[in-house]
Design a protein around this ligand. Structure first.
Ligand code: ATP
Ligand code: MG
Length: 455
């Protein structure tokens, strides 16, 4: 607390060191006239009240004048007392909070809580591109441990990441100001969509002293936006599919019927080569029929048969199909089941189709053989059951990963590109999520479905 004692004629009797320092005066200025320190109003107030200051300790908002003429707002308690020998009235101002210092405190508090913020990524860098401070959220997204990362040059921290993939590049120090820059970043486990701001920090003399980077994790927003776009596209495809499916299927059914008659006749006449042709034609017709069925799944399915489903039982049912496929590709299948999983509400057959599609993709990705691991996980905090389907294939390049859920996106010669689009639709309809994480080698698809709460 700072103290100023003055007489009613304005002469300072005493001023505390702290007050003199804060107002920019030295020791030699101790015998100042109160008028040079105080707002005119306060002296007028004091004079007008001489003899009738009833409330000792009256709280006032006043202004103090600094040695450079600047004025600062403070709160003070005004006391008065009588000096016994002289009978003069002395006034004492007990200045509780100097606004300037409280502002500095406020700023410090702000920057502290900013850097401690749980949902904002903050990095403070010095002029040597070393990390001065980092928020917990930034540590999590960037996969850093705060204690180990502090004081390290960013080049060292991200030495393993090629320059063009780095979230923060040295060019930041060259004054490249970044505003609302949307970037994708994948740490060891998760892919994040970030909105990033970065700028330089200068001292009062205009010298560059460091830089800051602030980012917000907008993964949910971006995926929501993508889901909306995707479901727009899907519903368009669905409408076309629903409209044309019957037009395609009806003629196919009659072609198939006549072909089967033809097949028998050709066999009866011993025309074996022609007989083989009809077999191929019938297979192809089945392929078209399957494609039309997948198309129809993309239009909002109307006859989903929702019922309580045991995910482990579902996976056990389809394991032989997956194993068959795996043997053909020299792949080993591992199944890590969770005991007694709660039930989910879904269409059992469609759910099986999702696990088969995603597993097939994994197996197809491992052209040289490998391991496909299916793991069940119970997430009690979020009330979800996750099924991770992990392959040891080459992974999905970052420029491809955004497109894999798009209908007709395929990198396979004989692929339709409908597999994941259909899976996505089925899982969304069951209130769940289908996510992918791939970091250059190996890919994990996570199929998450909310489970039934038993209260
Ligand atoms: N586990 C994986 N590893 C690497 N790439 C994958 C993996 N899963 C999917 N992909 C990529 O995603 C693309 C789209 O997959 P999707 O299942 O939708 O279609 P597809 O497998 O190409 O064809 P379809 O499933 O219709 O026969 C694939 O072509 C492939 O490039
Ligand atoms: Mg597929």
């Amino acid at each position: 607390m700072s103290v100023l004692v003055f007489r009613e004629d304005g002469v300072c009797v005493s001023a505390s060191d702290r007050l003199l320092k804060l107002l920019g005066y030295g020791d030699e200025d101790r015998s100042l006239h109160a008028e040079s320190l105080l707002d005119d109003n306060i002296l007028q107030l004091v004079r007008s009240r001489t003899g009738c200051i009833a409330q000792a300790g009256e709280n006032l908002d006043i202004h103090l004048r600094k040695s450079d003429g600047e004025s600062i707002a403070v709160q003070a308690d005004l006391w008065w007392m009588e000096d016994t020998p002289s009978g003069r009235i002395h006034y004492a101002l007990l200045i509780q909070e100097l606004a300037a210092s409280s502002n500095i405190q406020l700023l410090r508090q702000f920057s502290d809580s900013f850097v401690k913020s749980a949902n904002l990524g903050v990095l403070l860098l010095n002029d040597a591109f070393k990390l001065v401070d980092i928020s917990p959220s930034a540590c999590q997204v960037l996969g850093l441990e705060r204690k180990l990362a502090l004081n390290q040059p960013l080049d060292t921290l991200f030495a393993a990441v090629p320059e063009e993939y780095r979230l923060i590049s040295r060019s930041l120090l060259e004054g490249v100001v970044v505003r609302n820059h949307a970037v994708a970043w994948t740490n060891a486990e998760t892919r994040y969509e970030l909105l990033l701001d970065a700028s330089l920090l200068y001292n009062e003399a205009g010298k560059r002293i460091g830089a800051y980077v602030i980012f917000k994790d907008v993964t949910n927003l971006r995926s929501l936006e993508e889901q909306v776009q995707r479901s727009d596209r899907l519903s368009m495809i669905g409408q076309i599919a629903a409209g044309t499916a019957h037009e395609i299927r009806n003629p196919l059914t009659s072609i198939k019927g006549f072909l089967q008659v033809l097949k028998k006749t050709l066999q009866g006449h011993g025309l074996h080569r022609e007989f083989e042709y009809t077999k191929i034609m019938l297979d192809e017709i089945d392929r078209i029929n399957n494609l039309v069925s997948e198309f129809l799944l993309l239009s909002k399915p109307k006859d989903n048969k929702y019922s309580p489903v045991n995910i482990s039982a579902c996976i056990r049912d389809i394991l032989p199909i997956i194993n068959n496929e795996a043997i053909l590709h020299n792949v080993i299948v591992q199944y890590e089941a969770e005991e007694e999983l709660p039930l989910v509400v879904a269409d059992r057959e469609l759910l099986k189709q999702v696990y088969i599609n995603v597993s097939k993709n994994g197996i197809e990705a491992m052209s040289e053989g490998g391991t496909l691991t299916i793991t069940e996980r119970l997430d009690e905090a979020k009330q979800f059951i996750h099924v991770d389907i992990h392959d040891t294939g080459p992974g999905i390049p970052s420029y491809v990963v955004d497109k894999i859920f798009d209908p007709f996106f395929t990198t396979k010669e004989n692929g339709t590109g409908l597999g994941l689009a259909v899976c996505q639709r089925i899982i969304h309809d069951a209130g769940g999520q289908l996510r992918v994480s791939s970091k250059g080698y190996g890919t994990t698809f996570t199929i998450s479905i909310p489970y039934v709460r038993v209260s």
